[in-house]
Ligand binder design. Sequence first.
Ligand code: ADP
Length: 549
Amino acid sequence: MLSTMQDVPLTVTRILVHGTVVHGKSTVTTWTGEGEPQRRTFRETGLRAVRLANALRDGLGVERGDRVATLMWNNAEHLEAYLAVPAMGAVLHTLNLRLPADQLTFIVNHAADRVVLVNGSLLPLLAPLLPHLEPVEHLVVVGPGDRSVLDGCRPAVHDYEELIGGRPTTYAWPELDEREAAAMCYTSGTTGDPKGVVYSHRSIYLHSLQVTTAESMGLDSHDRTLPVVPMFHVNAWGLPHAAFMAGINMIMPDRFLQPAPLAEMIERLRPTHAAAVPTIWQGLLAELTARPRDVSSLKQVTIGGSACPPALMKAFDEQLGVRLCHAWGMTETSPLGTVAQAPAGLGPEEEWAYRITQGRFPASVEARLIGPDGSVMPWDGASAGELEVRGPWIAGAYYGGAGQEPLRPEDKFSPDGWLRTGDVGVISEDGYLTLTDRAKDVIKSGGEWISSVDLENHLMAHPDVAEAAVVAVPDERWGERPLATVVLKPGATTGYAALRDFLEGRVAHWQVPERWALVEAVPKTSVGKFDKKVLRKSYADGKLDVTRL
Ligand code: ADP
């Protein structure tokens, strides 16, 4: 028997219209470095988004299904594109501005982007690629920047404000199917070519609802959120669309992502929430320790993208009174998978045990662990396996290219359609996930597995250690052994033997690394995670000064 309910598509168009009208007074504030930040209301932003939709259709000939790319920082204009492009039935393709040139070129061509909206400050990065970006017909330059680098380039060049200026503030929105493509984002290509994940209107709508729930980020129009996580890193973890849905005020850092301006931004604009990967918070902690600022406005900070060292969480608790909330997700999961909000009724110590997990699954994300023999493991907090997930905002395939079938590589999708995450861990009886490693980062030592994350977390709890990354390196006797690379805090002189002794007793004796190297900084990926691929290569190329204890 069918229900008697209306079947109304869940679309970004609805989010745009709703935010503009009902949350018209909420604001988006973009940091400008010097002087006053730029402030706009959601009403102004929504109307400018409508103008942009008109400009894209009438000025540039963008049609339903066409890809419109952005190469932009987190700012108000980027938010306008987030709303306008999907609402008009086109597909927003956010480009990761930190990718190497060959990968960016691959991605633009693979997605066949017809239009690129680009911040003026990023033109020097884009200009040399243009001869290789065949599908691109139009460049729309947003904000100041030296445009002479575009002289003689093939795509037509437009100024954003001139393009949208004077356009109508109404638009006859198309009737969209909620399963149509709304946005796309490529994985950062840690292995092989980047792979395109295409989000639907429905997946974005449902994910946005989840972002606003108390079991995730719990945000509404009383909040001011500071997404430090870039809008090209899985849609800034869903915050922009969620903001327009729930009226969450936004503080956009633009290109000012260094610890000092972030600290100033927090003190002056007083966000109640912020989101970023652990390396950003490490940097901010060091900055705030050296030059204290008032960050008391922050009620909660969402931290994820890679494992949050418990020592960092503790330091934020104790030194700054700011609660870091751990979350896990991927490009393929929109990205909200788990969020570590502790269950009710616990004391601080019991709560802590939950807070340092990756968090709990929401109703919409089903999870299972697949053990080494291919069987489904119990949720008992001890049985480890590879995490597989499914749900309405989880990818079921990758984009195959224009006119091509979607791709379902066997190592990424199970025969029955679940996403294979490549993450290894355990799940407790009450649904909290603890990851021990990425499958490809686990250290396989003499038939036993060593968690690189576990070693890193212990090392980063040492008072003299700023950062530590542990990778597997080949070993004649054990197959693989851990190599610990360590960044010491300024002025610290702790030696390897002391660090080794620090680990003894904290992990099993056979897990303690015998290979050690001091490095100036741990190499980072385009989204600020430890780049273990680079570390492994440096080791293989003999570029690390390794001491064997
Ligand atoms: P990439 O795979 O290119 O790094 P993603 O941002 O999609 O791009 O990365 C997703 C991966 O990041 C996850 O599969 C997981 O390995 C890691 N990750 C994300 N959040 C966490 C977390 N809280 N703890 C541990 N690992 C995490």
